[in-house]
Write a new protein. Sequence first.
Length: 354
Amino acid sequence: MLVWQWGRKGAGPRFAAELVSALGALPDVTPLLSLSTSSEQLLTTPAPACALPYATYTSLSGFLVRLLSLPVLIPRLVRTLRDLAPDVAICAMPAALDLLMAAALRRLGVPYFVIVHDADIHPGDGLPMQMTLQRRLVAGARGLITLSGHVAGRLVQQGLAQPGRLVRLYHPPFAMGPPPPPPRAHGGPLRLLFFGRLLPYKGLGLFAAALGKIGPRDDIEVRVVGQGPESEALTTLRALSGVSVENRWVPEGEVPTLLGWADALVLSHTEASQSGVAAAAQATRRWIIATRVGGLVEQLQNEPLAVLCEPSPESLAAAMLSLLTNPLHDSQVEALGSWQDMARMLVVQLRNQA
């Protein structure tokens, strides 16, 4: 089973590596991982075993050169894949050059499935032609895989999939190493962390409005960390007492330390498919405050360390304040087992569709 993800940063390469690790623990499955040679995952220690590292691109000009070179690149990739001899392939998260892999797999008669994380472009997110490329990719797939009923429903509404073509899974917690001390163990103010891409659909304005309703407090400390365009919401957040904003890319190796600093992750989304940040927070057993939008409800409704609220400043403020007087109590979930269970479900359903 070939699992490929040709993004360079973020959750996509990590998702692919975690999936391959879980598949490797199953009987009668030989997983093969393909990542971009520029992937952050290949710089981690220990780096995942990558059967097919592929040079993608590091700039827009490099991407355009790759597109123009497809007539040469496809036969080369066919020869490489023939040696690996996969029975089936899975795109772990769509990326810009996936049509190259799809073309090579078609020439070899190898069916592929696509894990669709987002059925729609979120406001402020995405690259030019991202959804056009994704739709072309899914059009040639044997079937589609989703991590939430929300995304599955949207794919059906868009006419991109029939219910019988869909494999429904879930997003397991990301492995983050040994868990840090539990929330509030540091004995100081409640530490709230907004982490991830600083984009409009993440609800930065909603978060700022909720913090404005709470007002300055000595018992709450807030960090906003991630990368995105400067905005009015970020300006508002910087002006609030007790709030620090770090508009920067967070390297893969820094993520566990950053999550370990926090008592609670705030997901103030105004819309969502599912959340890789939530999965990371679950792995480190942080408290989570999330709005009831999109696939977040499915992902977190059975999580004992999560509080769900309405996407309004009043509801979000009340949820944050509730952690001061009503701390959440843990019932540990084994992250590796969750990935293995998901991988097992995947293999069973793919065999049923064979």
